[in-house]
Design a protein around this ligand. Structure first.
Ligand SMILES: [Fe+2]
Ligand SMILES: [Fe+2]
Length: 406
């Protein structure tokens, strides 16, 4: 018996009445031709446009050399292998470039050259004399009696530190998490087939995010100079470790998926900071404008990553979905859960002891409040995950319920 390994690209089929092609079930694992024929018979394989990936790139070669015989136009008996041939079809997520001219991607980046902040907005310059540098209502620790007991100037300073923390988190999030993922998408290395225009838009996201990191860093330095408050050594954000733990629990073949899903989560959330700081007139104009510039760009990214999710999820095999589904609440939590280590340098700088810091964290940010805030922040991402069918797996649904995300 002759055997051939085929490197099968992700193939899609279009359900009648459905706008978007769905992944073929035979992406899931290795199939012999006999099994493939059975699947084709089951699902109705009349769509030659979608099957072109196999026929043109791989199977046709074998047909030409007489290894297999193609029977066109007969759903269910597309390939009739000669009795001496056994074909083993191996599915991979990394296929050669394939384009779908009729793809329904609607780009939100049409006006990018005029509207993106990196293209049209000036460097924001800090003016002196603002009463506060961060909205106190968004900083629960700033209202804790231990801190209030240290005096008004300590509270003001904590708000400056909170701004440092927020801007530092932004630079790290962009550089460590979002830029690598957007770059992979731009380079056609996301593991899924995307229309050419989505790749082009990913280049614009990389540029946007680099600018967000740059202007956030720039503002940290301006605030340091203006307020005389030294920027303490700020740790790598907790999400990095949290994600590494999740990723290392996945099989080798799925490494990298955590990063993609984390970007979907972080890019589809609209944080209270992004939406509320620009409206707080107590803050310096430069702070409000930087956050507003960022929020406007993120509106475009939000739609993009929502779209990316609707394309990624159906491309995953059933086994992959069952593995990552129950881990999604952890990925959401990794992004949204507060990071005490990031707040610690500020609290220490205004004179709190280690014991007082622990007390402030425990009392100002109880677990119940954290869970409620995480659930509120995660709402858009949870909605999109639900829409693409993530919760259809019972173990995944249980995990979302256990994290109080539903
Ligand atoms: Fe950004
Ligand atoms: Fe973004």
């Amino acid at each position: 018996m002759e055997a051939h390994d085929l490197d099968l690209v992700p193939v899609r089929r279009r359900e009648p009445g459905s706008a978007r092609p769905q992944a073929w079930p035979f992406m899931d694992g290795r199939r012999t031709v006999a099994e493939l024929a059975a699947i084709l018979a089951e699902t109705g394989a009349g769509d030659f446009h979608d099957l072109a990936h196999i026929l043109v790139r791989q199977v046709a070669d074998l047909a030409e050399s007489g290894h297999i015989e193609l029977v066109r136009g007969t759903p269910g008996s597309l390939w009739r292998p000669p009795p001496s041939t056994t074909l083993v079809v191996a599915a991979t997520r990394q296929g050669p470039d394939a384009h779908e001219p009729d793809d329904d991607y609607r780009s939100g980046f049409a006006g990018w050259y005029e509207r993106a902040s990196v293209r049209g907005k000036p460097r924001r310059i800090l003016e002196p004399g603002a009463p506060v540098y961060f909205s106190p209502e968004l900083v629960p620790i700033a209202a804790h009696p231990v801190l209030l007991g240290k005096g008004e100037s300590a509270v003001r300073q904590i708000l400056v530190h909170r701004l440092f923390g927020y801007l530092h988190f932004t630079t790290e999030l962009e550089q460590i998490a979002v830029i690598p993922v957007a770059s992979a998408i731009a380079r056609g290395r996301s593991g899924i087939h995307l229309p050419e225009q989505m790749r082009g838009d990913a280049y614009k996201i990389v540029t946007d995010e680099a600018w967000h990191a740059q202007f956030s860093y720039d503002l940290i330095r301006q605030v340091e100079t203006e307020t005389g408050t030294a920027v303490p050594e700020l740790p790598v954000p907790a999400f990095v470790d949290r994600l590494e733990k999740i990723d290392s629990s996945f099989p080798e073949s799925m490494r990298g998926l955590t990063a993609l899903l984390f970007s979907i989560v972080s890019e589809t959330l609209i944080s209270a900071t992004l939406s509320e700081l620009p409206r707080d007139s107590r803050l310096p104009a430069a702070v409000r404008e930087v956050v507003k510039d960022h929020a406007i760009d993120e509106g475009r990214h939000h739609s993009y990553f929502k779209e990316f999710l609707t394309r990624l999820w159906p491309e995953l095999s059933v086994a992959d979905r069952r593995t990552v589904g129950p881990a999604l609440p952890g990925i959401i939590d990794a992004f949204l859960r507060p990071d005490p280590a990031a707040l610690l340098p500020g609290l220490r700088a205004v004179g709190l002891t280690a014991e007082e810091c622990r007390q402030v964290f425990a009392e100002a940010m109880p677990e119940e409040l954290i869970r409620r805030d995480v659930a509120a922040g995660a709402r858009p991402a949870v909605k999109y995950f639900t829409e693409v069918g993530v919760l259809e797996d019972p173990r995944t649904r249980d995990a979302f319920e256990a994290h109080e995300l539903l």
